[in-house]
Design a protein around this ligand. Sequence first.
Ligand SMILES: N[C@@H](CCC(=O)N[C@@H](CS)C(=O)NCC(=O)O)C(=O)O
Length: 209
Amino acid sequence: MKLYHIPASCSLSPHIIAHEAGLDITLIKVDYNNHVTDEGANYYDVNALGYVPALEIEEGRILREGPAIVQYLADLKPELNLAPPNGTFERYQLQECLNFLSSEIHKGYIPLLYARLSGKWVETAKPKLEKRYAWINEQLGKHPYLLGDSFSVADAYLFALTGWGQAPWLTSYYKADIHFDTLNNLRAWYERVRERPAVQKALQEEGLV
Ligand SMILES: N[C@@H](CCC(=O)N[C@@H](CS)C(=O)NCC(=O)O)C(=O)O
């Protein structure tokens, strides 16, 4: 399987999960500016929409969208419980969480990351994102991981996104103008997730540590 990625982007999440699951994947780096892969191919031929992640399961069989990809990878190794079993209420809770991360956190960053282009949008986007992080911080005071007592694909997704913000304790790569300094539960969760060998391996492979 090939995982198309841009270092320090949301594709860090399936990258982590591939290592958590011990899967043999080939990482293909995509240049953010010209959408050419490190194999010299035009990435638009893989994903006409141009964004990562994309997972090539076999030649010509591509899966797009991070939340779908992490679930696909997790389901290849159900015994690791990276995602609750299909058909259970807990699986719908995972999907609820991934959808929240995708629409409320992931896309909440965009006006901050493109602040110069987006102008006044930042003024409304920043407090919304901060409010949602405060809510996550509260949830992480009740249990060590997003879905409860064990690490899941949702934690890998939030981990990848949180590195776009700022705090002294963070492995921060884009430094959007959002600060997490007072969110102690988030910090404890972040440090717990960062210690995982699969996370360390993915961070090293992306040149982030
Ligand atoms: N809906 C997609 C969005 C993915 C996305 O926003 N990818 C960004 C990196 S975090 C990207 O590849 N941007 C480059 C581009 O759009 O050309 C998903 O959740 O997988």
